[in-house]
Design a protein around this ligand. Structure first.
Ligand SMILES: Cc1cc2nc3c(=O)[nH]c(=O)nc-3n(C[C@H](O)[C@H](O)[C@H](O)COP(=O)(O)O)c2cc1C
Length: 323
């Protein structure tokens, strides 16, 4: 498969494993890259920039194919040392970065000087255009279906992908709600030149999370997510469980809720415990509506091989219907 995305990334297939806090370690990233996709290490999963350096070295020892590092940059009361994480990425010779959160414009000059390709993930055409103006090489556009933060516009991929493809000159990657070759075929037909998946890659053999989490994704349907933080205008799509239900109940109480009211429920620590212990009720677990399309726990190689085959079949079946 050849698109501007495979050319940019140097991969066999335009399939990307999205940055995932607590999941994007060398085990998963190297498995995706070895299977011909783009694996991504998630920088902030590592507790320090030095730990990230070690993780990059570990990933390099597990694959000789291209892989990337994801950095989510968000305002915070006590922000992580973003500049030092960036140093670790640049010094380690990583050649592809995925950014999310803030526009990466302040970092672009340094990244370009180091010959690093930049994919910026965002959720709106206006943000994608702003990232294009800032000089990123590609944009990953996350529809309302996605796990994590879909933004506040609620625009699903069926609209967002072609709208972005029409507006942008740089190549776009479709993200959110994609879990099989049919979704990939649809994304390509809508004008994307690659796909990005989160939830689907959590339910793979190599994902470093407890098997109960993978089983919960397989058992989950497209109706088993919940949108939390809506009232705080920081919407997040998560797996529906006791914690997300409690967050919603607090958000709905008379007078509304502030972040302080729910902080104890939504800490990253509790989420990490859920992923590691397999207690799906222990904290927030990020997952998307794509659960409705996920029915097994394959290896990354099996998944990617199957997606490529299904994508080709879907496109040729569709062509038969209209030719
Ligand atoms: C467990 C999990 C953790 C995630 N962590 C992050 C993160 O730290 N930063 C980020 O920008 N996106 C994060 N995401 C979102 C993914 O990168 C991706 O955009 C999203 O999962 C795409 O939607 P899909 O799950 O329907 O494929 C996460 C998703 C999952 C499932």
């Amino acid at each position: 498969m050849q698109t501007r995305i495979t050319e940019l990334l140097g991969t066999a297939y335009p399939i990307i494993q999205g940055g995932m806090q607590g999941v994007g370690t060398a085990e998963l990233a190297s498995a995706v890259s070895n299977a011909g996709g783009l694996g991504i290490l998630t920088a902030l999963t590592q507790p320090t920039p030095d730990a990230l350096r070690q993780e990059i070295a570990r990933c390099r020892s597990m694959t000789d194919r291209p892989f990337a590092v994801h950095l989510t940059i968000l305002p915070a009361a006590v922000p992580p040392p973003y500049a030092e994480y960036l140093d670790a990425i640049i010094d380690s010779g990583v050649k592809i970065i995925e950014t999310a959160g803030n526009n990466p414009k302040d970092f672009i000059a340094r990244l370009k000087a180091a010959d690093i390709r930049v994919i910026h993930k965002c959720v709106a055409v206006r943000h994608a255009l702003s990232a294009e103006r800032a000089g990123v090489d590609a944009v990953s556009i996350d529809g309302f279906e996605c796990a994590g933060h879909p933004g506040e516009d609620d625009i699903p991929g069926l609209i967002l992908i072609p709208a972005a493809a029409r507006a942008l000159r740089i190549p776009i990657v479709a993200s959110g709600g994609i879990a099989d070759g049919r979704g990939m075929a649809a994304a390509l037909a809508l004008g994307a030149e690659g796909v990005n998946m989160g939830t689907r890659f959590v339910a793979t053999r190599e994902a470093p999370v407890h098997s109960n989490i993978k089983d919960a994704i397989v058992a989950g349907t497209e109706r088993d997510t919940l949108l939390i933080f809506r009232t705080l205008r920081n919407t997040a799509r998560v797996y529906r469980n006791a914690v997300s239900d409690e967050v919603i109940a607090i958000e709905r109480q008379a007078g509304g809720a502030s972040f302080e009211d729910i902080r104890h429920l939504v800490s990253g620590q509790r989420g990490r415990e859920a992923l590691a212990s397999g207690d799906v009720q222990a904290g927030l677990v990020w997952a998307s509506t794509a659960m409705g399309l996920i029915h097994d726990i394959p290896s990354c190689a099996e998944l990617i091989e199957r997606m490529v085959r299904e994508c080709r079949e879907s496109l040729s079946n569709a062509l038969r219907l209209v030719a």
